[in-house]
Design a protein around this ligand. Structure first.
Ligand SMILES: *Cc1c(COP(=O)(O)O)cnc(C)c1O
Length: 444
């Protein structure tokens, strides 16, 4: 442990971390980063295989994004966003609306994924109040869904490990089984299932839709819940049910947005009209905090009224629409165009998939799943019964430690080991990372 690390442990409480573990494994002191690589003060490098918690898109130290940030600093660092506005926010809102599903026409700014979701939940809730349906107050969400760490978002998340300590304080919400194909909730086979797992949602809506404000889910991949990738038909069916039963559909694209799944948004895989879309993580390519909640004209209009009618949306954050963050986001979207990021990604996906396929032969690997440049494997004690490793086993931690020795950041989600790769990755880097990951899993 070097002196900086000692000072770190003396003063800092890290997120998602049992600080006692840090006595043996102090946080790695990172000094600089370039492209896909993080460099520590000892001269070691680590591939940023999980995009610094799923936010880096175009690589570290990208000249274009850096320049945009520097340039913005010379004119305006921040200004309050009520009664005032600025060009970077306006240009970004306009650009995002041009990329998002057609009916999403309004943008509300905030600064992290959890608040983007809070905003959607509060708008949905208040919409029904404002339009004379005050009984529609509940939300439906998925087991294994994850929408953030604030109380509102925890209330609609399904990951017990993360939030069970706080469950007494959650507002009530309905949970339905997830389309978790490897561990199918209705015991079907993937190829012939006909999405039978959606029946629980259907039945719930038949009974309770008059008290439901909205359904919230992560499109195509339940990320924090274990990189559970599900068929797009499921999303399409949920969208139809939301329409049929007059409840809002909130798509949480905080993890999936900005090219992660091979398209700009995971929602682009399905032809539907969500009522809300939440964006954050990749929006500035990992340079600065920013989040957006997109919604429709219809919802916006339900709040547009004379002041005395009390229909105003009273919500905001100090750093709403920070101009430097907005400039970074605009630059990132320009990089998507200049570097043809999505086209490049599309070319790499088949190679990624085929390299991942090889892992299934390893004894500890029960399932392999991937979409875009996100790939995951579920480690199991026994392949035939799909018996999970007990949590005490800390197999994920073992993988993490061995990963670091191979210059990889394989930070696990329980027994799920995953890669969430920056889109700037090159073919040889992809091959190198997959080879190193293979040798780590093989060594178990
Ligand atoms: C990470 C994440 C969030 C929360 O975002 P924060 O910026 O960490 O608050 C919300 N939803 C999804 C799908 C996420 O992956």
């Amino acid at each position: 442990m070097n002196n900086w690390q000692k000072r770190d442990l003396k003063y800092i409480w890290h997120p998602y971390t049992q600080m006692k573990d840090c006595k043996l494994m102090p946080p790695i002191l990172i000094e600089k980063a370039q492209g896909l690589k993080l460099y520590d003060t000892e001269g070691n490098f680590y591939y940023d295989t999980i995009s610094s918690w799923w936010c880096n898109v175009h690589g570290h130290n990208h000249p274009k994004i850096k320049d945009a940030i520097k340039k913005q600093l010379d004119s305006l660092e921040h200004v309050l966003f009520a009664g005032f506005t600025h060009k970077p926010a306006i240009a970004l809102a306009e650009k995002i609306i041009s990329l998002a599903p057609t009916k999403l026409t309004k943008v509300f700014f905030s600064d992290n994924g959890s608040t983007a979701v809070e905003v959607a939940l509060k708008m949905s809730f208040q919409y029904w109040k404002n339009t004379g349906k005050p009984k529609k107050t509940k939300f439906i969400s998925l087991d294994y869904g994850y929408h953030g760490d604030t109380f509102g978002t925890m209330s609609v998340s399904g990951i017990d490990l993360f939030n069970e300590a706080f469950s007494l304080l959650f507002f009530p919400s309905y949970k339905v089984p997830s389309p978790y194909c490897y561990r199918c909730p209705v015991a079907k086979e993937r190829d012939t299932c006909d999405i039978d797992c959606i029946q629980a949602l259907e039945k719930l809506l038949e009974k309770k839709s008059n008290e439901v404000a909205g359904i919230i889910l992560e499109p195509l991949i339940l990320a924090s819940g274990g990189m559970i990738i599900y068929p797009k038909e499921y999303l399409a069916r949920v969208a139809n049910l939301a329409r049929e039963f007059n409840v809002h559909l909130i798509v949480d694209e905080v993890a999936t947005g900005f090219g992660r799944t091979g398209k700009m948004f995971a929602s682009d895989y399905v032809d539907f009209d969500p009522d809300f879309m939440c964006l954050s993580k990749g929006i500035t390519s990992g340079y600065l905090p920013l989040a957006l909640t997109l919604t429709t004209d219809k919802i916006y209009k339900a709040f547009y009224a004379d002041y005395k009618l009390k229909k105003t949306f009273y919500h905001g954050h100090t750093y709403t629409a920070n101009p430097i963050s907005c400039s970074a986001a605009l630059a990132s979207l320009e990089v998507f165009e200049e570097e043809k990021t999505l086209k490049r990604t599309k070319k790499l996906i088949p190679l990624f998939k085929s390299l991942l396929k090889g892992f299934i032969n390893l004894p500890a690997v029960g399932d392999i799943r991937s979409i875009g440049l996100i790939g995951a494997m579920e480690l199991v004690r026994r392949k035939d019964t799909k018996e999970a490793f007990s949590i005490k086993n800390r197999i994920g931690l073992e993988v993490y430690k061995r990963g670091l020795k191979k210059n990889l950041v394989l930070r696990p989600l329980g027994n799920i080991i995953y890669l969430f790769l920056p889109l700037c990755i090159k073919e040889d880097e992809l091959q190198d990372i997959l080879e190193r990951t293979y040798s780590v899993i093989k060594s178990l």
